[in-house]
Design a protein around this ligand. Sequence first.
Ligand SMILES: NC(=O)CC[C@H](N)C(=O)O
Length: 370
Amino acid sequence: MEYNQRDTAVIVLKDGTVFYGKSVGIKGTAYGEICFNTGMTGYQEIFTDPSYYGQIMLSTTAHIGNYGVNVDEVDSDGIKIAGLVCKNFSYNHSRANSESDLFDYLDKHQLVAISDVDTRALTAYIRDNGAMNAVISTDGKPIDELRELVKEVPSMDGLELASKVSTKEAYFFGDENATYKVSALDFGIKTNILRCLAERDCYVKVFPYNSSYEELLAFNPDGIFLSNGPGDPSALGKLGVLPVVESILGGDLPVFGICLGHQLIGLSKGINTFKMFSGHRGVNHPILNTISGKGEITSQNHGFAVIKEDVLEHAEFEISHLHLNDGTVAGMQMKDKDVFSVQYHPESSPGPHDSRYLFDQFVSNMGKKE
Ligand SMILES: NC(=O)CC[C@H](N)C(=O)O
């Protein structure tokens, strides 16, 4: 396909490789780390997941847009991905409870989006060469200019993004007469995590990422939650987050961390993180709960992970979950405290509900304190 065709769009990878497609969003140029998600449904939840902030989403599913959009299916106040790359884009949608079509939604949120890409070839390329920066363009910029532009895109390694999606002001979620009160530290929290807590009789106060331990305690919580979020977890050290997490772990309240929250629990205790080759993003990742011996099919979205040896050598922690594809740490817990965390997404929006029991475990830990 020639780039000078009308509506033709282009993807330029950091190493100079080029893929072509057609524009289905606004005319513009967007950049970020390109990563692929293998989920076959749940595109609206994925696009609005704050953990994807700064990343270009390459969807491996064959159709995007065919069931429209619904405001109840968002995981934040708007689209958070930096751009979209897909195979077939459906301008028609068909579903009883869809409110509008994806095309209008992308336009409303001013997203650069490209369809008709050979997504299988591009995914295989990233799988074999690792997650990498990319520029996607639908406004006719010459390839040479885009090859220069992609060199300027900041590396995800060391990039701090959580402060950009965390709430500016504390807010409440759920019924104020609920049995349990939870203070949640927000690094880009997915709304479905709040829904899962509220459904389990929790009233949640969501705090900005730079809140102090004292501010979290002033809500008089029964437990503390550490959220998911975008970027390199180790970059949050410079924002002073780790001493707050250390104080939380030093207290006696039950603690639950998901994804970035899990990584921060580790970092605050000297368990380091590393950048994975291409990360885990999809809705069918197999996990072994090493405590119960049971398997779980899980929803995942991460590009960093804690170093396994650091957990194994740590006196206070033990591994609770392992990723069965590559043996990476998928969950850990403190041996003598009600502190546990997982690298994956039990709120699973989208994804199977196998791991929702972790919310029950957190609530049950809070119940023990009564
Ligand atoms: N979903 C998340 O919280 C992701 C955590 C972190 N940004 C990572 O990519 O590993």
